[in-house]
Design a protein around this ligand. Structure first.
Ligand SMILES: NC(=O)c1ccc[n+]([C@@H]2O[C@H](COP(=O)([O-])OP(=O)(O)OC[C@H]3O[C@@H](n4cnc5c(N)ncnc54)[C@H](O)[C@@H]3O)[C@@H](O)[C@H]2O)c1
Length: 251
């Protein structure tokens, strides 16, 4: 069943070349949207856009760069004439490390991408959304933003900040722009090995699955379906929601 219609809408998906973002871009196109795939990996973004056809274009964007976020909005308007939806999905993490041993530069970079990157993306998008009468923003947070784990001091606290930034923006941008947050559990994407760590990843994977009532990891498509719903008019009375996509992990 379709998660909601995005017919005629124009979206930017950051981190859209891989994993959850790639699945989101695909589901957005399936739901009728046109999409700018904005990713640090320009070649992968081009390849993803080519796979999706004429409803998708690509742009190399570093979400930590204000000018690059502005360029993504310009690309949406020049290619498709408007901007309705922003998926702030680009994110990074390191391998697990005790918080006191974390590398200061890596700590800063994680916050730059996962938190400041969301703020810069939203800041660039809002004037364009208001030119069309409003819009919908989804932020890819994490269940780790609500419940932390050892080894993820920088990542978990950055996702707590992302989840809370989404709530703050929901208050500030209402009533014409909705802002919601997706909080996925471990999801089978190229990022997953970092969450499993290097010390017996297979055992870590089984332990993870054992902690999830629905007895599997998330697929990128699970998160993408929730993103379509939150971006669509089917969610027109939802804002400031942090929606776990976690098979019941956070019950
Ligand atoms: N995979 C998981 O288990 C999981 C769980 C919860 C939340 N998340 C979150 O979901 C989002 C997507 O993760 P994923 O699992 O699909 O990871 P991924 O590594 O498959 O994809 C991330 C994409 O973001 C891009 N990116 C990285 N830094 C960027 C930057 N500065 N500017 C623009 N693009 C950049 C990468 O090039 C890549 O294409 C992230 O925010 C991540 O934190 C992932």
């Amino acid at each position: 069943m379709a998660a909601g219609s995005l017919q005629g809408k124009v979206a930017i998906v950051t981190g859209g070349a891989s994993g959850i973002g790639r699945a989101t871009a695909g589901r957005f196109v399936d739901a009728g949207a046109s999409v700018v795939i904005a990713d640090l990996d320009g070649e992968a973004a081009e390849a993803a856009a080519a796979e999706l056809g004429e409803q998708a274009v690509a742009l190399r964007v570093d979400v930590t760069d204000a000018a690059a976020n502005a360029a993504a909005v310009e690309r949406a308007e020049s290619a498709f004439g408007r901007l309705d939806v922003l998926s702030c999905n680009a994110g990074i993490t390191g391998y697990p490390v005790p918080a006191l041993d974390a590398d200061p530069d890596e700590f800063s970079t994680i916050f730059d991408v996962n938190v400041k990157g969301v703020w810069l993306g939203v800041r660039a998008a809002v004037p364009a959304m208001r030119r069309t009468g409003g819009g919908a923003i989804t932020v890819t947070g994490s269940v780790m933003g609500e419940r932390t784990r050892p080894g993820f001091g920088a990542y978990a606290s950055s996702k707590a900040a992302a989840n809370h930034l989404a709530r703050t923006l929901a208050l500030e941008l209402a009533p014409d722009i909705r802002v919601n947050c997706l909080a996925p559990v471990a999801t089978d994407t190229p990022m997953l090995p970092r969450f499993l760590g290097t010390d017996d990843p297979e055992a870590a994977r089984e332990r993870f699955i054992g902690s999830i009532p629905l007895a599997r990891l998330a697929e990128a498509g699970d998160v993408a379906d929730a993103a379509v719903f939150l971006a669509s008019d089917a969610a027109s009375f939802l804002t400031g929601v942090v929606l776990p996509v976690d098979g019941g992990r956070s019950i």
